[in-house]
Design a protein around this ligand. Structure first.
Ligand SMILES: C[S@@+](CC[C@H](N)C(=O)[O-])C[C@H]1O[C@@H](n2cnc3c(N)ncnc32)[C@H](O)[C@@H]1O
Length: 312
């Protein structure tokens, strides 16, 4: 039996996403199919799922795992930011729920050839969709110092970005930086501390590069905006984020869509005419309990938010 990615907050996803046991749910981050499996196992035959993933190998694994559900589940290789065109291709107008469980999956980080892990030696790749052109090694070779510092500082929330870029450039003056352990060693050297640190010195920079390679924030923003047009009235959108920038983006988007009107406060009556499109269901974020975190440490930074489509 293969070991699968452990789905985070799966009971809570089910509870918030499924209002009735019928219709079509889009799992925009199918991964190993853990959430989808749980949804299908706990509902009747009238509930179906369309699973999307940009990683072809994830789709293959999920297909094998979910084969017993037959035509209750269909698959699309693609980016969740293309949700509108993916649905159009499948002749689907509207959906009854959307799940996005952001970030990477366990099989992606566990496979040294994918280049996501600073613990395993492999090419510095980090592409979720292996048909795309830009790898982490390519970013290191082509970005300017300022661009690299911006990425490491903002996506990695790493204060010591200048020191890191200087250390990378010193090595690059002699040889290209193209493997995970090469970069990991550079980072360990640049951030050396006599006192033991809570996290490995490479953690933040690897996270930053992964977000940049896969343009994760841009795709999330597009998916949020475009999902509004494809949700039926009452359909829920459930997002699990593992990074504060992603969570903030979801929170701001939900709030703005709940408010509708974007007129400046000094204007006495609304002139923009924008109506609310979402109602926020989770006023407080949902996080995993201690038991889940002890069984699955990766769940510790998960933050789940839920909103419901409304038509004013
Ligand atoms: C955290 S895993 C999902 C795990 C899944 N919920 C499960 O239970 O197995 C995230 C998955 O989303 C995919 N992914 C990340 N960004 C994506 C995007 N923009 N479009 C489509 N898939 C994406 C990754 O390739 C990965 O397989």
């Amino acid at each position: 039996m293969p070991t699968f990615h452990e789905p985070v907050l799966k009971e809570e996803v089910f509870q918030y996403l499924i209002k009735k046991e019928e219709g079509l749910i889009v799992d925009g981050t199918l991964g190993d199919g853990g959430h989808t499996e749980f949804l299908l196992e706990n509902t009747g035959p009238r509930l179906r799922v369309l699973g999307i993933d940009r990683d072809a190998s994830a789709l293959e694994r999920a297909k094998r795992r979910l084969v017993r559900f037959g035509d209750r589940v269909t698959y699309a290789k693609g980016n969740y930011s293309e949700i509108q065109s993916i649905l159009k291709r499948s002749k689907i107008e509207k959906i009854d729920g959307l799940l996005l469980d952001l970030g990477f999956s366990s099989p992606q980080i566990d496979d040294p050839k994918r280049g996501f892990s600073f613990m395993r030696d492999g090419e510095l790749d980090m592409r979720m969709d292996q048909t795309e052109e830009v790898t982490a090694a390519k970013l290191l070779a082509t970005l300017s110092d300022n661009e690299l510092e911006f990425i490491i500082k903002n996506y990695g929330e790493e204060r010591r970005c200048k020191r890191i870029v200087r250390a990378i450039r010193r090595v690059q003056a002699a040889t290209p930086v193209i493997t995970t352990l090469q970069l990991s060693n550079i980072l360990s050297g640049a951030l050396y501390s006599k006192r033991p640190t809570k996290i490995h010195p490479a953690t933040r920079t690897f996270q930053a590069l992964r977000i940049a390679v896969n343009r994760e924030l841009e795709h999330l923003q597009t998916a949020l905006q475009d999902s509004i047009g494809v949700l039926n009235a009452g359909a829920r959108v459930v997002i699990i984020a593992f990074h504060s920038l992603e969570d903030r983006m979801v929170k701001t988007f939900f709030r703005d869509e709940e408010k509708g009107c974007i007129c400046p406060p000094r204007i006495p009556a609304c002139v923009c005419g924008r109506k609310p499109t979402l109602k926020i269901i989770t006023r407080k974020i949902i996080t995993p309990d201690k038991k889940e975190v002890s069984q699955n440490p990766r769940a510790s930074s998960a933050k789940m938010r839920v909103a419901e489509r409304v038509y004013a």
